[in-house]
Ligand binder design. Structure first.
Ligand code: SF4
Length: 401
């Protein structure tokens, strides 16, 4: 489809795709990209102090991209040229699908900001994972290589620093950083003091962005020149309609021609220090909804933002903020409470029980036995989100095991 689609109004687009996906826009802080065909209207932002500009919307590849050639092609044409994957996504099929795409369209490689990640625990494994990713994706280099799911700054030691420098010198990676789902603010603050982290991908959304810790972390990373990519920007899935606030919120966005999903993207883009939003876009409907949201010229009003914040407060007990240092230290054993909460979110809110179950089943049986018997009373007392941790752990054992 030609680039003219970017001219659709939010209302027109909603008529086509329904409330599940359309959108609007970008604030005055954005400027047009000048990159690829048909992408003239996708805004870009500097990725920290790397000297690289990235589109404000990036393609989250935690899916079998070999089945998504059309979506990848259209994403590229619409300026979504930042692609994120990991060596473990879909057992490697995500990286292989990108390799399939780059084999077919090798001329696109230079315009794509390609990111992948590894969970490796040793440097040797990290090197092997990197080489495998390069081979799978049919490329000589990765633009940004992430250590996956970092929980504490101690994981970013001098050995990792030397490894990253060596791989940069070999030309296998251009930039290095990490992704984080847990203790995000602490990890970001720690990274801002290291001086050798180029980029971070962290959970960040309308629920998390207002905490003092997260504000400080984003400011510190920005000052340190670290590029920031937001993930999990929907904050736990669709706005429900069980209360007056929820009805008011969903109704208000609908009247404005926005889905609540688009409004949540816009809330994140309001912060100019967030370079890009990584969004999983498995089909053309979601891709076009997000592209429309990125390229539309409207902004959320103060009331829109206030309502989102109020909704976040009223529904906080349904959303885990990832502050695992608070709850996990209050429970005996090695129970990964934050991870289990995330797996439940995949199954319940993101309508992806397969992902939730697959990840949950990697938890060793002895840890699951600890989960079943643990006393969560103290953890619940400390949880800032007031989550019913004990009940949710039992739910996970029943629903995901
Ligand atoms: S359960 Fe509560 S304390 Fe634990 S990570 Fe989630 S929000 Fe934080």
């Amino acid at each position: 489809m030609p680039g003219k689609e970017h001219q659709w109004s939010r209302r027109e687009f909603l008529k086509v795709v329904g409330i599940a996906g359309a959108g609007s826009v970008v604030g005055p802080f954005c400027r047009p990209a000048n990159a690829s065909e048909g992408s003239s209207e996708m805004p870009t932002r500097p990725f920290g102090s790397t000297g690289i500009n990235v589109p404000i919307l990036s393609f989250g590849g935690s899916l079998d991209t070999s089945l998504s050639m059309l979506v990848l092609r259209q994403a590229f044409k619409r300026g979504v040229t930042y692609w994120d994957t990991a060596n473990t996504y879909m057992g490697g099929r995500s990286e292989k699908g990108i390799g399939k795409y780059l084999t077919k369209y090798p001329q696109d490689r230079q315009q794509i900001f390609l990111v992948t990640k590894s969970h490796a625990l040793t440097l040797n494994e990290l090197s092997m994972d990197l080489d495998l990713s390069l081979e799978r994706m049919q490329t000589d280099y990765i633009d940004l290589y992430f250590l996956h799911s970092v929980r504490r700054t101690g994981q970013l030691d001098d050995e990792i620093k030397s490894w990253a420098e060596k791989k940069k010198a070999e030309g296998k990676i251009r930039l290095f950083g990490f992704s984080t789902h847990s203790n995000m603010a602490e990890c970001m603050l720690g990274a801002s003091k290291l001086g050798w982290i180029d980029g971070i991908m962290m959970r960040y959304n309308y629920r998390l962005m207002h905490s003092d810790d997260m504000r400080r972390a984003v400011d510190a990373c920005t000052k340190a020149g670290i590029g920031l990519t937001a993930m999990k920007t929907q904050g736990g899935g669709q706005v429900k309609t069980n209360s007056e606030t929820e009805l008011k919120l969903a109704g208000r966005f609908t009247e404005e021609g926005l889905s609540d999903a688009q409004a949540k993207l816009k809330a994140v883009w309001e912060n100019p220090n967030i370079a890009s939003i990584c969004s999983e876009m498995p089909n053309m409907t979601i891709l076009m909804a997000n592209v429309t949201a990125a390229t539309d010229r409207t902004r959320l009003s103060s009331l829109d933002k206030a309502l989102l914040q109020q909704y976040a407060l009223e529904t906080r007990s349904a959303y885990c903020a990832g502050c695992v240092q608070i709850c996990e230290s209050a429970v005996a054993g090695d129970i990964p409470i934050g991870d289990v909460m995330r797996y439940l979110m995949y199954a319940r809110s993101y309508d992806n029980p397969h992902r939730g179950c697959t990840r949950f089943r990697k938890i060793p049986l002895n840890i699951r036995a600890q989960m079943a018997k643990a006393d969560y009373y103290m953890a619940e007392g400390r949880c800032p989100q007031k989550m019913a941790i004990g009940k949710l752990m039992q739910d996970a054992l029943k629903e995901l095991a």
